[in-house]
Design a protein around this ligand. Structure first.
Ligand code: GRG
Length: 288
């Protein structure tokens, strides 16, 4: 199976799982609706697919238990997006092509929907075997030494010119904010699928390269989409006081950095039978 076939097979399974269980497992209809609004707004399901594709590479059969863990990861990712969009953070009006949660439902409601998605995601992950190990991996990845820590560095460095040229700081911030959760998807599958030490080494190295590169890709997507809009010549980050790889290196050097990380990630996969995982890197063609 290639990446496209894998994605077409498993995306609807994850989507249906999310839809059904956010309805059946949340007793209050209104908060269930607010949570579902953002979760079902059309994300790519990259992180659940990465978890499942790593299991596939390790020849683990995917059943309900594995889909529940994968879907739990998506709940946690969606929490981070809802909170990232809040007025106190990035103050965005649109996400996934729809009004952001706080614009649609109100700020308190959006905060609570995010707050509800995080523990529910952890609960779903904890229902699988190896749950203590998996919960430890995910909570470390999204806590102060991971995603939230990276978000803090991002907020703290906005409009701070002294970090604008500090590539070590920017790499660290992007790694924590975006890379850690991506790595955790692979790390959880490696643990769950009992990878041997050589598989573990190569898959984790792949995840680190992919995780490091993903924020650069995400910022370049905005550039490609923004430049497609008539009359707009600059990317919003270039005007927002944000510091990231894109503002540090500019567009063409960011593309080069992304290409280098992509080549490193591809090399990692040579020693494992990872046809599906290799396909994740094809996403980058959109911006290169
Ligand atoms: C705890 C108050 C509080 C806030 C937390 C943790 C956090 C706020 C924000 C996380 C930082 C963040 C949102 C990073 C962006 C990661 C990223 C590249 C998102 C886009 O991911 P895709 O491309 O999007 O997978 P879709 O919509 O397809 O899921």
């Amino acid at each position: 199976m290639n990446f496209k076939e894998f994605k077409e097979k498993w995306t609807p399974v994850v989507d249906n799982y999310l839809k059904e269980h956010l309805t059946s497992e949340v007793s209050d209809k209104k908060i269930s609706q607010i949570m579902s609004y953002s979760v079902m707004a059309g994300g790519k399901r990259l992180r659940p697919l990465l978890f499942l594709a790593t299991l596939d590479t390790l020849k683990v059969k995917i059943n309900d238990e594995e889909v529940r863990i994968a879907s739990g990861i998506e709940l946690i990712h969606t929490y981070s997006l809802i909170h990232d969009d809040l007025p106190a953070m990035d103050n965005d009006d649109y996400r996934r092509g729809k009004l952001t949660s706080h614009k649609k439902w109100g700020e308190a409601e959006a905060i609570l929907a995010g707050d509800a998605l995080l523990p529910m995601g952890i609960e779903w992950i904890s229902d699988g075997s190896d749950s203590v190990k998996l919960v430890k991996i995910i909570t470390q990845a999204v806590g102060p030494n991971g995603m939230v820590g990276g978000q803090y560095l991002d907020i703290d460095s906005t409009n701070n010119d002294s970090v604008a040229n500090n590539s070590a700081f920017i790499n660290k911030m992007e790694w924590l904010k975006t890379g850690c959760l991506i790595k955790a998807c692979v790390a959880m599958a490696v643990e769950y699928g009992n990878a041997d030490s050589s598989q573990k080494k190569t898959l984790i190295q792949f995840a680190e390269d992919f995780g490091r590169s993903y924020q650069i890709y995400d910022d370049l997507v905005d550039v490609v989409e923004t430049s497609a809009e008539a009359g707009k010549k600059t990317h919003k980050d270039l005007e927002s006081g944000k510091n990231n790889t894109l503002t540090l290196l500019g567009i063409s050097k960011s593309r080069k950095e992304l290409t280098d990380l992509m080549i490193d990630a591809q090399k990692c996969l040579k020693s494992v039978d990872a046809n599906v995982l290799a396909g994740f890197l094809d996403l980058y063609k959109k911006v290169l």
